[in-house]
Design a protein around this ligand. Structure first.
Ligand SMILES: Nc1ncnc2c1ncn2[C@@H]1O[C@H](COP(=O)(O)OP(=O)(O)OP(=O)(O)O)[C@@H](O)[C@H]1O
Length: 504
């Protein structure tokens, strides 16, 4: 049997008091797609940082092709062995695709960089890996899908044939996911090996051949995917039996006649959407579905005041909201989980307590001077309620795993006790079991008579909705009552004939 592409041999890694990995071993075979799964904080990103040379294990070793990994300082040597495509872009946005591909290794003429040669080499590279992206485009304008392909091509051009994909589907709609998987299969056939990190367990079965589960910093199992069911994977990740229970809007009693509206959106137009009207009643959960190009994110962002509409109005509890004023929306009782937790959601350098309570300081004490004990108490309750894996309320949010950061965004939205909750991709990066807990919060909020607007790419997130509206090319095109089938909803999202597609 040929040598493993990569091996991790009994590695350990600590961050202060936190054991992020404990004696973990992993073998990745040539030409396979190997899934790495586990709950938030299980140690996946830490393992990737050791496998890509961004940090050094405290104990144990990493090998490529049976040989010891290069020293951490030798970035060039690492680049020829492995690359990671992160959820966050590593391209330089104001440079062209060609410059990003050949950064620091531009072909030079006698004295100066030869731009025509650089462009030609980039075009050849992209073509050889069948990446249909214009090398002259500014990298910041690329779609997530194209950006990922450019990053893969860049890795391959360094000679690396082992690529880590860190939750690659998190920002892709279902058609883009299908294209990514097709491309992965082609690359695999050409000798590329993938380590695939995802919280979407159905993807593991769709595109991987082997799976490794981490739990609480430890290796639990490695198995061929065709020998392990999704339910068994969940059990291995959680360490307990019992699977998942997600609230379903279909099981609910209808709202009493005449229940008032918490949110009324009337003739709203803006960037990427046109003349949208709908209402959400108190005690109702409304889902909003659509592809990435549908305008659903922009619509929700306009509702909570992040964007100024071109026309139309938003009323909360009967009162008009001033346009484009997040503070006014917050004061009117709107809580939100924004789309991008890093830019709109969290202050990474501050603690969990600071982030959780920043919108309620005036309620906990005189404006801006909330006593630390009150802030700690609120935060400790949130940490317990939402299952945040953290050392304590004072831990900086930057040190939390991705999924746990997302939970902190939700705790902050809930801290104001909002009458209307606007959630955009609320479970992005959140593990399957924590998803269940977050969706249970939605159900609890609804039962308390509050209203919830959920915008999501994931059908599981929409399942607790009483109704789901579908937005396509900026217009409302369909409404589904609870009890919809995946096939029906996806067909409306994509604007194709109804048929039974796989859900993502
Ligand atoms: N720089 C750091 N400083 C302190 N603790 C850290 C640091 N990086 C990670 N940790 C801790 O190590 C543990 C493992 O985190 P890691 O990011 O590897 O988890 P993960 O499995 O990738 O989770 P997720 O699914 O949420 O992305 C967590 O408890 C996390 O808080």
């Amino acid at each position: 049997m040929s040598a493993p592409v990569a091996s991790v041999l009994g590695v350990g890694k600590r961050y202060g008091p936190t054991t992020a990995l404990h004696e973990v071993s992993l073998t990745v075979r040539p030409g396979e797609s190997h899934a790495l799964v586990g709950r938030n904080g299980a140690g996946k990103s830490t393992l990737v940082s050791l496998l890509t040379g961004l940090s050094k294990p405290d104990t144990g070793a990493v090998e490529f092709g049976g040989r010891p990994a290069p020293p951490v300082a030798d970035r060039e040597a690492w680049r020829t062995r492995v690359a990671c495509v992160y959820q966050h872009s590593t391209v330089i946005p104001h440079l062209s695709v060609a410059e990003n591909l050949f950064l620091n290794r531009q072909p030079t003429g006698r004295f100066v960089i030869s731009w025509s040669k650089l462009r030609r080499q980039a075009a050849e590279l992209l073509e050889s890996w069948r990446v249909a992206v214009d090398p002259d485009l500014t990298a910041g304008e690329l779609s997530v899908e194209d950006r990922q392909l450019v990053e893969i091509a860049r890795a391959l051009s360094y000679g690396a044939r082992f690529i880590v994909l860190d939750e690659p589907t998190a920002q892709l709609d279902s058609q883009a996911i299908d294209r990514l998987f097709a491309r992965m299969r082609e690359l695999q056939a050409g000798g590329v090996t993938f380590l695939y990190i995802s919280h979407h367990l159905q993807e593991v079965h769709e595109v991987c051949q082997a799976v490794t589960v981490l739990r609480d910093a430890r290796h639990v199992l490695t198995a061929p995917v065709d020998r392990i069911s999704r339910a068994e994977l969940v059990d291995a990740m959680t360490g307990e039996e019992g699977g998942l229970v997600v609230a379903d809007g279909a099981a609910r009693e209808p709202l009493p006649e005449g229940t008032g509206f918490a949110l009324e959106v009337d003739g709203l137009s803006g960037d990427s959407f046109e003349d949208v009207s709908f209402g959400v009643r108190r005690g109702e959960v409304l889902g909003l579905a659509g592809s990435n190009a549908s305008g659903k994110h922009q619509l929700a962002e306009t509702v909570y005041g992040l964007r100024v509409p071109a026309a139309g109005s938003v009323r909360v509890a009967g009162k008009p909201l001033p346009a484009g004023d997040v503070g006014a929306a917050l004061a009117a009782g709107v809580g939100c989980v924004p789309r991008d937790r890093h830019h709109q959601g969290l202050v990474l350098g501050l603690s969990i307590a600071d982030n959780t309570t920043m919108t309620v300081l005036d309620r906990l004490g005189r404006a801006g001077t909330a006593p630390p004990n009150a802030r700690r108490a609120v935060t400790e309750r949130s940490i317990a309620d939402y299952g945040v894996v953290a050392a304590g309320p004072d831990q900086p949010v930057a040190d939390l795993s991705g999924g746990n950061q997302q939970k902190v965004v939700l705790t902050r939205a809930m801290a104001t006790d909002p009458a209307l909750l606007v959630l955009i991709n609320p479970t992005a990066g959140v593990d399957v079991k924590s998803k269940e807990a977050l969706l249970a919060v939605v159900d609890r909020v609804r039962a308390e008579g509050k209203a919830v607007l959920i915008v999501s790419d994931e059908l599981d997130d929409l399942r607790p909705s009483d109704r789901v509206l579908v937005l396509r090319a900026g217009r409302l095109v369909a409404e589904h009552r609870a009890g919809w089938s995946d096939g029906e909803l996806v067909a409306d999202i994509e604007g194709v004939q109804r048929g039974d597609r796989n859900q993502h």
